[in-house]
Design a protein around this ligand. Structure first.
Ligand code: C2E
Ligand code: MG
Ligand code: MG
Ligand code: MG
Length: 302
């Protein structure tokens, strides 16, 4: 905020119009953030946060193997809100932990409901923010929730974004190691987005690398990208990790991934994130087509 005021003062007089526009943008942003902050608690109580599921497929046989839970905010006045806007704000104001615990609980409730209905026993990934890992209640909450819904920990994949490991890596690694020992499947989300060193990768307790969509979507650097992808795949093999690519939007991208030996895919080319009941239909359709239940891929698919 200080920096903004400084900029305003320095260019005042000469660029009055710019000053006004800049000031308004900043003010509107702050007002919007305040409005979101003011309504988040009530929104959680009124169940305005809804979980969407995006399917994950195995490349070698197109099998549906699981889903990622992605939260949406269905606000009565503003309509559907993108997590790309409210999640970073919740990470700053601390509300993320409460919201994520709700998402994890609801995801487990859904898995339990599917189990009782005799649906294929797939696994679902949930996103875990850095603040969640620092929360002393994390392990206790997750184990309590699994017990409540009578689920094996391997049914829940924990997607921890690469950048979460940058600050105080020692403590984070210790917590993640504990979770992994308990049987949760650990995925490194947004791998390659800019933070992890190969040295760090070596120290992290992981099962799955989730490639950042940049690698798949950067069309201008295709040959180099393909080389990098091959390198990541062989590194992953060597470290006993599986690889999933997200953000797959075209057949060509899928074929390029297949060539490099990538294991799993997720993206608009296959399906967008969808409401739970819609995903359920996909699950049943898949069960009918294959004539068998989907194997629980979560049992250390590496
Ligand atoms: P993420 O965990 O990396 O999730 C993948 C994002 O990519 C999702 O955006 C998904 O809808 C989008 N996506 C999937 N396939 C494609 C594709 O083919 N093309 C493109 N362009 N995008 C695709 P979404 O749902 O808007 O979520 C954005 C981010 O918000 C997530 O990134 C995640 O970091 C965060 N987020 C979402 N739900 C939760 C949650 O429940 N808890 C936490 N802590 N974070 C969440
Ligand atoms: Mg994710
Ligand atoms: Mg994420
Ligand atoms: Mg990601």
């Amino acid at each position: 905020c200080d920096r903004a005021l400084l900029a305003v003062r320095r260019i005042k007089g000469q660029y009055n119009i710019y000053v006004a526009a800049y000031d308004d943008t900043l003010r509107n942003k702050l007002l919007r953030e305040q409005a979101i902050t003011d309504s988040m608690e009530a929104a959680l109580e009124e169940k305005q946060f809804v979980i969407y599921l995006q399917p994950k497929f195995q490349i070698k046989d197109d099998q549906l193997v699981g889903a990622e839970a992605l939260v949406r905010w269905n606000h009565p006045k503003w309509g559907f809100q993108s997590p790309a806007e409210f999640i970073p704000l919740f990470e700053r104001n601390g509300f993320i932990t409460k919201l994520d615990q709700y998402v994890w609980d609801q995801t487990c409730a859904t898995l339990r409901r599917w189990d009782e209905a005799g649906y294929p026993q797939i696994s679902v990934s949930v996103n875990v923010s850095r603040a969640d890992i620092y929360n002393s209640d994390l392990i206790e909450f997750l184990t309590r929730t699994l017990t409540k819904y009578e689920l094996q920990p391997s049914r829940l994949h924990l997607e921890i974004t690469e950048s979460a490991y940058t600050e105080n890596p020692g403590q984070i690694i210790a917590t993640v190691q504990q979770l992994r020992t308990l049987g949760f499947v650990i995925e490194m989300d947004d791998f390659g987005s800019g933070y992890s060193s190969l040295n760090m990768l070596n120290q992290l307790p992981l099962d799955i690398l989730k490639l950042d969509m940049k690698f798949i979507q950067n069309e201008t650097a295709k040959p180099t990208n393909q080389g990098i992808l091959r390198f990541i795949m062989s590194l992953a093999r060597w470290m006993n990790l599986s690889v999933i690519a997200e953000g797959v939007e075209t057949r060509e991208q899928l074929e390029r991934l297949r060539e490099t030996g990538c294991d799993y895919v997720q993206g608009y080319y296959f399906a967008r994130p969808m409401p739970c009941d819609e995903f359920e239909k996909l699950l049943l359709q898949h069960q009918k087509q294959t004539g068998k239940t989907v194997q629980d891929d979560s049992a250390r698919i590496a």
